[in-house]
Write a new protein. Sequence first.
Length: 621
Amino acid sequence: MFKSLIFLIRFYIFWLLFFFVDRLMFLLIYHKKLAMVPLSETMATFYHAILLDLSMTAYLAIIPLVAYIYWLLSGRKVVELKWISTYNKVLIVLFSIISVINFNIYREWGSKVNAKAIGFAISTPNEAMASSASSPIGLSLSLLVLMIVLSLFIQRWVVSRKLNFGSSSIWLRALVSVLLIGLSFILIRGGLRGSPITQSMAYFSKEQLLNQAAVNTEWNLLRSSLSERMARNNPYVYFEPKKADQLLKGLYTTEKDSTIQILKTNRPNVVFVIIESFTADLTQTLGNESGITPHFDTLMHKGVLFDKIYASGNRTDKGIIASLAGFPTLASGSVVKWPEKMQKLPALSQSFHKNGYNTSFYYGGESEFDNYKAFILSHDYQKLIDRNSFKGGELQSTWGKYDEVVFGRQLKDLNAEKQPFFSTLLTLSNHEPYTLPGKPKFGNSDNVAKFKSTAYYTDSCINAYLNQAKKQSWYKNTLFVFVADHGHGLPKQAYEIYAPERYHIPLLFYGEVIKDEFRGRKFSNVGSQVDIAATLLAQLQIPAKEFVWSKNMLNPYTKPFAYFTWDNGMGFIDNQQCVTFDNVGKMVLFNSNPKDKVKTSELLDHAKSYLQKVYQQFIEL
């Protein structure tokens, strides 16, 4: 009987080898990022991955284990295992696809494949295909074929094809069955320690890429899928509620409720433009990159520029909610996944609508994507123009209508719109796969060139739009607000997902409605997308109390700071220092001034209390 246990051992060995190959390929693909890391530390990745690999293998072994126990207790002598081969082949193909997707997801998002990415692919397959179009297709397909072929070969020689139980008493068989069930539970749980297994058990290095490599890809996807459904428990409780409240209150308490009035009127039209992936690094003014956004750089010297603004997150859905609803990001999740909660958030469109403004939203893509439409329609936008509102013959990319088409449509509609109006436009051309209706300015040799070219195109669209808007009667009484939805790793490719530079974005107030003495003025206190709501509404003398996370950046007494997150990580920055923190590994990833331990501790406390309270509010929505 005990010889039959080799069946389960060989099953485990095969899947551990599969995960070894997956991890090895991941490290080889990103080997350039590890050039300065000692080889011994890189190799340690495989050791620290064992617990999660065993846990995932134990999940996969549940069905074979149940079958084995059934055969064992039923007194079978010999069992053919043809179905095990089929079972493994299906999983091999599925897991190989997931692994290749993970290689590309990590390149774009800086995190492993998770439930958000899979949900994105299932709910909006066309947008998912467009987003993945910038991935190296040839390499991806080659890796997929290699993984499948290699895994099938290994499986043929490692996994048992026949079981021989021999003879033994029913009591011994029952005891072995209980022990196997107990062992499987222990492996799934990650041992007998007090807390069950988590991603952090694989974390061991200051190099985030190695930590990510050590986390089992499929286990991470499984856990994130479960987490997506768990909106009732706060995973980020760092302090007692009273202490978290106290820390947060200190951030938002101001000496005076004042504001610098930069507008000639408190009832202007407002055109709010959210620009796809328009990171500060694209500009000469903020990123020292010449020639990519010449027109926008000119605008920044003619309007009111907030030059130390940070995106709340690293995806468009988070940028929309932060900019229009003044609600921060949740690290591991996004409020857009819960429309019933999202609709309870306040929004600028509601404030403007209540104050007699006509409201509209323009987007060249599918408004159903990431529940944009649910947000728009539940927050008093009276008109929604999306991809389906345009004629089929107009210029469009895989994502939707090109920016020039959308700007043109908004301009045409605003000419017939009753004033005052609040109109929002979300661009999309500066998104993967970085396609253009004409010749790319910087060529298309690689993603850097493509990204710079689409940014240049969007810049030209903004310039053409404003030149046409200047000819309209409503222009002189209109404030234009330009902000990026999030930052980007391109074009410099110099910053990891946890670096503050990845979140640095421009925020510009522009228009003749701005007082002459403020045109060309810079405000250099640190701020966030979530602060736009309170800042803008204060200029219009509209109450903003419902935007509890937003602060007026034109109040000289407002404390300067910004909070941002990525998948399970967060950062906090003020005028003196920035610290970023990994919530899984419980480690500081970036610290602009590690020598100042007191300030570092203070910023970490602010970041932790902030995330704790944001997530708690999300639960209670």
